[in-house]
Design a protein around this ligand. Structure first.
Ligand SMILES: C[S@@+](CC[C@H](N)C(=O)[O-])C[C@H]1O[C@@H](n2cnc3c(N)ncnc32)[C@H](O)[C@@H]1O
Length: 269
């Protein structure tokens, strides 16, 4: 199925929970319940914005940091296009969230080929229900996505929908040679949190470039502090603010190197 057909077949509204979060004027986010304001809820779901579905790993009254969301439709579409998917491709997604992206993946490649991993058990349980309700019974694993899920691989495609500062090497090992990894980055060397598109090679080696800005919430376990963010940003400013598509990355079993323009010019994030 094409990406357009998948969007038509899997409505976002079926995946967004009745309780979502909206930011107030005082900087805090508060719950918006569908039954209290159905028009506002519907407008959010039909917008091209990310819809926040969890704050502070499960806040109830008010919250500061979004920790799960249903990503913006244009971002979801751009990532699906970059993945260059074909029917039958085995795909691993890290960050199930609502399950919407996993459902789109399932429509394009076949539900039996999709493995999605969510660290938060309550979110994973809800996503499972959403996915089976939408007729997309993909494998939803509850656990830390940094380990990947070797049993579902080797994968033709790996997509993360939470940002990393360090690419977990397990993801490279579980991708077949020639397969692609699409991974949003924390703002460590560029403030826009750019999206990396890597090709896996043999023996745990992968290389690629940063292709576009992305702004995803970080993986649990890879969160960076505001002072660190500020330090990274001032290093980038001092370097003359290079555009994100000038950066690239090489990953081996020894570690990862971010470089500017060419692998011969590594940078220290
Ligand atoms: C932007 S949301 C994902 C959006 C989702 N793909 C969708 O279609 O709704 C990021 C998700 O990553 C999850 N997450 C964060 N750290 C994780 C980890 N280490 N392993 C697996 N999931 C993680 C969060 O709990 C959150 O649900």
């Amino acid at each position: 199925m094409s990406i357009d057909a998948a969007f038509g077949a899997v409505p976002r509204a079926a995946f967004v929970p009745d309780l979502v979060w909206v930011r107030g004027g005082d900087g805090w986010a508060v719950p918006l319940r569908r039954q209290d304001d159905p028009e506002r809820w519907r407008a959010l779901v039909e917008s091209d914005d990310a819809v926040t579905t969890q704050m502070d790993d499960g806040a109830t009254g008010r919250g500061m940091w979004p920790t799960s969301s249903c990503s913006a439709p244009s971002v979801v579409r751009e990532m699906l296009e970059l993945l260059d998917l074909e029917p039958g491709h085995r795909v691993m997604e890290i960050g199930t969230g609502t399950g919407w992206n996993a459902a789109l993946l399932a429509r394009i490649t076949g539900p039996e080929n999709v493995t999605t991993i969510e660290i938060d058990p309550a979110l994973a349980a809800r996503a499972r229900l959403n996915l089976s309700g939408a007729g997309c019974p993909v494998r939803v694993i509850t656990g830390d996505g940094e380990a990947g899920h070797p049993a579902g691989g080797p994968y033709d495609r790996v997509i993360a929908t939470a940002a990393v500062a360090e690419l977990p090497h397990a993801w490279v090992r579980q991708t077949r040679p020639g397969g692609l990894l699409l991974v949003p980055w924390a703002p460590t060397f560029h403030p826009d949190g750019p999206l990396a598109l890597l090709t896996a090679h043999t023996e745990g080696h992968a290389e690629g470039r940063f292709v576009a800005p992305s702004w995803f919430m970080p993986l649990r376990g890879q969160r960076i502090s505001q002072p660190d963010r500020n330090a990274y940003k001032s290093r980038w400013t001092q370097a003359g603010e290079p555009a994100c598509d000038r950066f690239g990355i090489t990953v081996t079993s020894e570690g990862q190197t971010i470089w500017l323009d060419t692998p011969a010019n590594p940078i220290t994030p």
